[in-house]
Ligand binder design. Structure first.
Ligand code: IPE
Ligand code: IPE
Ligand code: MG
Length: 251
């Protein structure tokens, strides 16, 4: 049986270029991009992806022209108002990751409302919007939280290991992404999930985000399924483990 990735992370890039290629303003690309979010969320829920992390706004994106930033904030709120019932109906819990206290208060309030509405004891899927997110900032914040625990005498610095560190990240309950997709063709990670993508399979497609439909997602998935994840082991070790105990996992 083909394996469905448990956690898919997507760098949704190319909205501006898509709009410009049609002779339109960049904001129109962001608006069309929001429709693809709906489509890809629906597909992930259908095929049984448990965690979907979407890079929607980076810490560096704050430096874009003020007009574009404020339009992105308004589009985010429009998206949430449009999608809240559908998320609820499909038992998809909305969560966020990033320095969301930097977002305008009206955006924070809308996020809180939809997160509350979509809180389930046993969600079928998590939709994790990475907003005002930076991987380096997340690592710095984890280091600060660990330092504070040490200072309070709750943690022995000698006992800090990778698992301790991972517990202090923004979404400690999430497994690492199995598949990282970047649309828009750039072969870079742009400060996304730096800690978590250590062993993620990376798929870069030239398709711009507003053109990235279910079929394109299917291609990414097929590529993922054709790859052998070795986690530093040899191919023979992996085959041996697969025959003994199912898919190998980094724990
Ligand atoms: C991605 O599209 C969306 C955000 C970064 C908010 P871009 O706006 O970066 O589009 P391009 O890369 O300029 O085409
Ligand atoms: C990455 O895209 C951030 C998001 C998709 C939200 P950018 O367009 O900001 O990345 P760079 O500037 O090309 O690296
Ligand atoms: Mg871009």
């Amino acid at each position: 049986m083909e394996k469905t990735p448990s956690h898919v992370a997507i760098i949704m890039d190319g909205n501006g270029r898509w709009a410009e290629s049609h002779g339109w303003g960049r904001v129109r690309g962001h608006r069309e991009g929001a429709n693809r979010v709906d489509e890809i969320v629906t597909e992930c829920r259908r095929i049984g992806v448990r965690y979907l992390s979407l890079y929607a706004f980076s810490t560096e994106n704050w430096n874009r022209p003020a007009h574009e930033v404020s339009m992105l904030m308004r589009l985010l709120v429009q998206y949430l108002r449009r999608m809240d019932k559908k998320l609820h109906k499909n038992q998809i819990s909305l969560v966020t990751q990033g320095t969301t206290h930097r977002l305008p208060v009206y955006v924070q309030n809308e996020l809180k409302r939809v997160m509350k509405l979509t809180r389930f004891d046993e969600p079928r899927m998590f939709l994790n919007l990475c907003l005002s997110y930076g991987g380096r900032q997340e690592i710095v914040d984890a280091a600060k939280a660990i330092g504070a625990s040490v200072k309070r005498g709750e943690l022995d610095p000698e006992a800090v290991d990778e698992a301790t560190f991972a517990r202090h990240l923004y979404q400690p309950g999430f497994p690492d992404p199995d598949l990282l997709i970047r649309t828009g063709g750039e072969s870079r990670v742009s400060n996304f999930l730096l800690w978590q993508i250590a062993y993620s399979e990376i798929y870069v497609t030239p398709v711009l985000w507003p053109d990235f439909h279910t079929a394109d997602f299917g291609e990414a998935l097929a590529t993922f399924q054709s790859r052998e994840r070795r986690f530093g082991l040899t191919s023979a070790q992996i085959l041996n483990r697969l025959s003994l105990s199912g898919p190998v996992r980094l724990s």
